[in-house]
Design a binder for this molecule. Structure first.
Ligand code: SF4
Length: 256
């Protein structure tokens, strides 16, 4: 997933193309100023300028956001993320303090029965599947990774309960490793509304976002989009009157 950037010598033609691209971007951004209904970008330069503007707005609005799941190490974050499937972060944050007090080590999770753990996490929903995943994850991490959460996405994806979204959350938040873009329900919905993807499948959405968003922004972009989706660009009746993206948004879901 690492990007390899090959520096090419700047020929006069490449310089001219670069100047043209920057002029197109500036013209596009000027055309947005003060507008409510946004024009669609017409070419690659305008698309890039639009994405840069979206990222700048997210930075202005959500400068220091991070993962809302409480945790004190990578293992706890992995467990909390598994529990957060089909459940709110608030609910998970109510369950995890007692859970981590009862099972302070990975070994404790590996040794508990599925029925017992399912009872402990009952209020997060899908408790049997989640208990099976957490116990399986603990056994895998102890048996194959020496008790350490793997820092390579390919290895982390072999851990029970760690699909791409979970793996990206853990690597990005616990280790600061930009392995991909976390695509949850908020990121999916807003990416579609802002025309950053035309796909509905999370794996394809992530592929589109990886292309559109610079790698150094993958981690913060996901957190910012999740906050934006919880507060403004909500699923039903998005709060477009409060939205800082109106000049960039031509979604059919717009309410203002
Ligand atoms: S809140 Fe409205 S204007 Fe803002 S991104 Fe969502 S749909 Fe577009």
């Amino acid at each position: 997933m690492e990007r390899v950037v090959v520096e090419m010598p700047r020929t006069p033609r490449r310089r001219a193309e670069g100047q043209q691209r920057r002029a197109d971007q500036k013209r596009y951004l000027r055309s947005l100023a003060g507008k409510k209904g946004a024009a669609r970008p017409k070419n690659a330069a305008e698309r890039r300028a639009r994405v840069q503007r979206i990222l700048a707005i997210l930075d202005e609005r959500y400068p220091n956001v991070t993962c809302a799941l409480h945790h004190s190490n990578a293992w706890e974050l992995l467990v909390a993320t598994i529990l957060s499937a089909q459940c709110t972060d608030e609910r998970v944050n109510k369950v995890t303090p007692g859970l981590f007090a009862k099972y302070p080590t990975i070994e404790d999770f590996a040794n508990v029965s599925q029925a017992e753990l399912a009872k402990d996490i009952h209020s997060t929903g899908f408790f049997n599947n989640k208990a099976k995943s957490v116990i399986g994850a603990a056994k895998k991490i102890l048996g194959e990774f020496g008790g350490e959460i793997p820092r390579e996405i390919d290895k982390l994806l072999t851990v029970p309960g760690a699909a791409r979204k979970t793996a990206n959350v853990v690597l990005g938040t616990a280790f600061g490793i930009a392995s991909g873009v976390v695509v949850d329900t908020h990121v999916s919905r807003i990416s579609q509304r802002l025309d950053l993807t035309k796909n509905a499948d999370p794996v394809k959405i992530e592929r589109d976002l990886i292309q559109a968003v610079p790698q150094e922004r993958w981690i913060s972009f996901s957190h910012q989009m999740i906050h934006f989706g919880r507060g403004i660009c909500v699923a039903r009746s998005p709060k477009c009157v409060e939205c800082p993206m109106t000049a960039l948004c031509y979604s059919e879901d717009r309410t203002a």
